[in-house]
Design a protein around this ligand. Structure first.
Ligand SMILES: [Zn+2]
Length: 299
């Protein structure tokens, strides 16, 4: 898997698969707004084709009842992929948020777990193979639309304000008072993975869920160095979603500073206050994130 192979995949697939061609065109036309939240840049984009994912039911019963759209037998007939290692296949995403937006899908129907086999190690491998890209993980209760089938996403990093800002970051926390972001960086993949696991362990200890704490993860690789951004989450959807005020279900891309809104009118009425309120609601509180970090530094 290389950026050139993904370029070729998109060239072939946009010609053969009208849904993908429409998705790519719709993203190019998408309306955008820029905001400043206490001095930090956050962008918002209206992408109508995200509505199914943004409003998807996330309860286990609903997930069990729907056919898994990442299993080969349920994929669109026109969708073809490229191999990534022995275990994963790379598919163009017909509902893109990023340029060259792809899904890295495990060949087995196995639960979404970043700490399991083909977890964070596979993300680091994918990031190394794709300079200029982000590799993304949404946890099973933090934005994954297929929590029952292991997958990552990737796409060009352009347009993600936090990723641009995090270039060259070192281990620690990026200090926005309204959004917890823990950073692990380095040039040795085993060290980066170990640093990530040292953060996940106290998060798991304080998590009410047995399987995995609520997280989003973004990995980049530039100049021989990985940067891993870990977003510990308090909840998936904000009050404004449940109250019908704002159709916004933040995942990793949103946490990295690109607010994805599918519904007409939401982009126009969105305010900087709304954005800050939602980030505060869905992030682990900053004090709790500081505690996690202090434990990791003293260990
Ligand atoms: Zn599946």
């Amino acid at each position: 898997m290389t950026p050139e192979a993904i370029d070729a995949l998109f060239e072939a697939q946009t010609a053969a698969w009208p849904d993908l061609d429409r998705g790519v065109e719709s993203l190019e036309r998408a309306a955008r707004r820029a905001f400043e939240i206490r001095g930090t840049r956050v962008d918002a984009v209206r992408i109508p084709h995200r509505v199914v994912s943004t409003t998807a039911p996330t309860d286990p019963a609903a997930i069990r009842q729907r056919p898994c759209f990442l299993c080969p037998e349920n994929r669109p007939a026109a969708q073809t992929g490229i191999a990534f290692g022995p275990d994963m296949v790379v598919l163009a995403n017909p509902f893109p948020i990023l340029e060259r937006h792809v899904t890295l899908v495990h060949r087995e129907h196995a639960p979404q777990r970043i700490t399991g086999p083909s977890g964070v190690g596979a993300m680091l491998d994918a990031a190394r193979a794709l300079p200029g890209y982000v590799v993304i993980y949404n946890g099973p209760r933090s934005g994954a639309s297929a929590p029952d089938h292991l997958h990552f996403q990737a796409g060009r990093s352009r347009g993600l304000p936090l990723v641009e800002r995090a270039g060259g970051a070192v281990d620690g926390m990026l200090t926005d008072p309204w959004r917890a972001v823990l950073v692990v960086a380095g040039d040795d993949p085993e060290d980066v993975e170990a640093g990530f696991r040292r953060l996940m362990s106290p998060l798991a200890a304080r998590s009410p869920e047995a399987d995995e704490p609520r997280v989003n993860v973004i990995v980049t690789f530039e100049g021989g160095r990985w940067t891993l951004l870990l977003f510990p989450r308090a909840r998936h959807r904000p009050a404004a979603f449940h109250e019908g005020r704002l159709t916004w279900s933040p995942g990793a891309i949103d946490m990295a500073g690109l607010v994805v809104l599918p519904v007409a009118g939401d982009l126009e009425k969105l305010t900087a206050d709304d954005i800050e309120t939602v980030y505060r609601e869905v992030s682990l509180p900053i004090d709790a994130a500081r505690e996690i970090l202090a434990r990791e530094e003293s260990s």
